[in-house]
Design a binder for this molecule. Structure first.
Ligand code: FAD
Length: 487
């Protein structure tokens, strides 16, 4: 059997391990942490369990496909359900709406509670479906770095429709045209944050994202988000993949422009293929530091980062669901702080994810596990200790105003994750959540390819390379990569 080495056991590294194993490769994974999953891991604080990173799950068939590929029945290993309500939205003026999974119910809710004609919501989601239909086959499912992607009828159809697909306007401008009510513009602008971008800069093409959440659906794994990587890890082990934890790769060994193996724990380990799942920017700075640097790609602006307060809350809030958004009163200024000022706005949009709503044993009886998050700038060496202290007060004040409560005395346990620790735990450049940002219309073309054009037998997968960050795209990166490999 040919041998493959995978550097990193993030979701894309796990998917790559499964795909190559199914192709007949003998696969070893080297992971610097003591656990698999990278950003998609979990933590236990007192009686509370938290999913550490991703909380929103779309396109579950990408996960199921890996079980099917390995000849397993997905439901025997990984279970999930569709959410009836994708998100609960709250504003300071007392207005709140539920984003129902059923499109008609959602459109009706918006018309009744916010005065936005139901027709506009349906039109917006139809537009979203249109973008998905034309761009997903090209930008999500294929390499952009191979000629055959561009010379085929699907690609040609898409070029002709670029204007209609929103490439020449910003997401905010498109949403202002679609909706009458500023609250709806804000709600649909928020989708830019799903890949760490700024709705006032990113092209309206990113209006593709609501299609996933509304037209296809938002889901929750029965055992929590962590089960996505846990179940894939178990599948990989079952297929014979060998994992080495606490094993940081120090260098990718290259001879005459051919990847030959890795240096780990001072030992050289040889393989026929090397697949890098480590963040591409930090990989070129460390394990590929002696190789030619793709400077232009490395210097692209990064996506936003996050400040997360994991709180055990000793009270039950019946008005809250799995996903909750408490919107800022001034969204534009908030994004200006994230992307231009590098500071934190005093009235941030607060996201509260509470898995104990769906999975009761994640919190003690009568309590809730709050994953309380705001989007913040990626790490540019700011004084984070000061920023976090101020932001914590702003977050608490915001929650108190919107939910008419006094949250601080209810916080039983607390842990914090922020740009510096996101980088130190998973090695993502500047603590960015999704690799490069998509704040300009060329961003899709300025991600690293899924292979090295300089070094033979070296491939890439994960959120910092094509097609981008987030669980579904990371899984697709592993698929695109493995389709390039014979077997
Ligand atoms: P990563 O998870 O980045 O893992 C890379 C792995 O490589 C790590 O385990 C690291 O330890 C290992 N590694 C690095 N260097 C080395 C080395 N030298 N040797 C060995 N191992 C190494 N996505 C969504 O779809 N929905 C969400 O709701 C969502 N929310 C998010 C919230 C937060 C707080 C964060 C942090 C991310 C969120 N994301 C979300 C993004 C999503 O988590 C990522 O896009 C995805 O998990 C990245 O996976 P990856 O395969 O690129 O690897």
């Amino acid at each position: 059997n040919q041998k493959a080495i995978i550097i990193g056991s993030g979701i894309a590294g796990l998917a790559a391990a499964i795909r190559l194993s199914v192709k007949g490769y003998k696969v070893q994974v080297f992971e610097s942490n003591s656990y698999p999953g990278g950003k998609l891991s979990e933590m236990q604080i007192g009686g509370y369990r938290f999913d550490a990173g991703p909380s929103l799950f779309t396109l579950p068939e990408q996960v199921e496909e890996l079980f099917l590929l390995a000849g397993r029945k997905p439901a025997d290993h990984f279970q999930y359900s569709k959410l009836d309500v994708a998100c609960h939205y709250f504003w300071e003026d007392g207005k709140s709406i539920k984003a129902y999974g059923d499109l008609h119910q959602f459109a009706e809710e918006v018309e009744t509670k916010l005065g936005e004609p139901a027709e506009n919501v349906k039109k917006a989601l139809k537009n979203s479906a249109y973008i998905y239909e034309h761009l997903a086959p090209l930008f999500m499912h294929r390499s952009l770095h191979q000629w055959n992607t561009w010379i085929n009828p699907t690609a040609l159809k898409s070029y002709l429709k670029m204007g209609k697909l929103g490439i020449f306007t910003t997401m905010n401008d498109a949403n202002e045209r679609l909706f009458n009510q500023p609250k709806m513009v804000q709600l649909f602008n928020r989708y830019a944050t799903y890949n760490g971008s700024n709705p006032y800069q990113t092209p309206a093409t990113l209006n593709i994202i609501p299609h996933l959440e509304f037209n296809i659906g938002a889901f929750f794994p029965k055992k929590g988000m962590h089960d996505i990587t846990q179940s894939l890890y178990k599948l990989a082990v079952d297929l014979g993949v060998v994992f080495h934890f606490n094993s940081k790769v120090e260098e990718i060994l290259v001879e005459k422009n051919i990847a030959k193996g890795v240096l780990v724990n001072n030992t050289k380990i040889h393989a026929d293929l090397i697949i890098n799942n480590m963040d591409m920017v930090n990989a070129y700075k460390s394990i590929l530091k002696n190789q030619k640097q793709p400077t232009k790609l490395l210097d692209q602006p990064k996506s936003s980062s996050a400040l997360i307060l994991y709180w055990g809350i000793k009270r039950f809030f019946p008005e809250l669901g799995l996903h909750n958004i408490l919107f800022s009163e001034d969204y534009k200024t908030e994004f200006d702080h994230i992307f231009n000022k590098g500071s934190i706005y005093h009235d941030p949009t607060v996201y509260v994810n509470i898995t104990s709503v769906c999975k009761e044993d994640d919190a003690p009886n009568g309590c809730m596990n709050w994953f309380t998050m705001i989007n913040v700038s990626n790490n540019q060496g700011q004084n984070w200790d000061k920023l976090i202290e101020e932001a914590r007060s702003s977050i608490i004040a915001k929650i108190n105003r919107v939910l008419n409560t006094d949250i601080e005395p209810l916080i039983e346990v607390e842990e914090i994750l922020e740009p510096r620790t996101i980088e130190s735990k998973t090695s993502s450049a500047n603590g960015a959540l999704y690799g490069n940002s998509s704040n300009n219309r060329y961003a899709a073309f300025l991600r690293h390819a899924n292979y090295s054009s300089e070094i033979k037998n070296l491939y890439f997968c994960g959120g910092s390379v094509h097609p981008g960050g987030g669980i579904p795209l990371c899984l697709l990166s592993a698929k695109i990569m493995s389709e390039m490999i014979e077997g």
